[in-house]
Design a protein around this ligand. Structure first.
Ligand code: AMP
Ligand code: MG
Length: 196
């Protein structure tokens, strides 16, 4: 399946697995609650575990987040596209299915040609790792197929470059905090923000 076909499936409310530079993601339209429900159901993911919205430009974040601090722009400048997720104050329109009802939203721009093409054609996507909850995150299309069978549509982009989840940084408090360690280290983040 190619990105154009995958984009049509997602625009029609479906879900498709696709490669990013971290791991394979299970993508759905970030503005379609029914499609997002399918992601939770397919993964067996608890509904209180929020999703990361994957965007294609820094500009896209304004559709999801507000009161964006300067620290966010500094980190974006340095690490996007790439494996750094920013948690920011959400706009009221952002779906509860995405944020698990929180007042914050997580955003990242992936550094992968296929992922970026898909987001460009479709719009922002939620994309948790394409595995059943509790299983290892997939770094190859074959892993996704082993886990879900061949009913799930997968774009094959060979092995992912990093194979490790994105680092999640919360910027909604005066002092940033790392909610999940990942491919970008605390030291790298501190270097950009001048410590925290
Ligand atoms: P993943 O399971 O790779 O899709 O990443 C989702 C993870 O990102 C969640 O389990 C949280 O750790 C984090 N996350 C996503 N959205 C938020 C949010 N609004 N606030 C805090 N952490 C979030
Ligand atoms: Mg995961």
């Amino acid at each position: 399946m190619n990105t154009k076909q995958a984009s049509e499936v997602i625009q029609n409310g479906g879900i498709v697995a696709f490669p990013t530079e971290t791991v394979y993601g299970l993508g759905a339209d970030a503005w379609n609650p029914t499609a997002i429900l399918k992601v939770f159901e397919a993964k067996g993911r608890p509904s209180d575990n929020p999703l990361i919205v994957h965007v294609n430009s820094e500009n896209d974040i304004h559709d999801f987040a507000m009161d964006i601090p300067d620290k966010a722009h500094l980190l974006i400048e340095e690490f996007w596209p790439g494996p750094l997720t920013l948690v920011l104050k959400k706009r009221p329109e952002v779906l509860d299915a995405v944020t698990a009802g929180l007042e914050t939203v997580a955003l990242r721009m992936p550094d992968h040609k296929i992922a970026r093409e898909l987001i460009q054609l479709t719009g922002p996507l939620v994309a948790p790792s394409a595995n059943h909850s509790g299983k290892p995150s997939p770094t190859r299309a074959e892993h996704v197929i082993e886990d879900f069978g061949d009913e799930l549509l997968v774009i094959d982009g060979k092995a992912t470059k990093i194979g490790l989840e994105s680092t999640v940084v919360d910027l909604t408090d005066t002092v940033p905090s790392i909610l999940r360690p990942g491919a970008v280290s605390r030291k790298q983040i501190e270097e950009v923000l001048g410590g925290f």
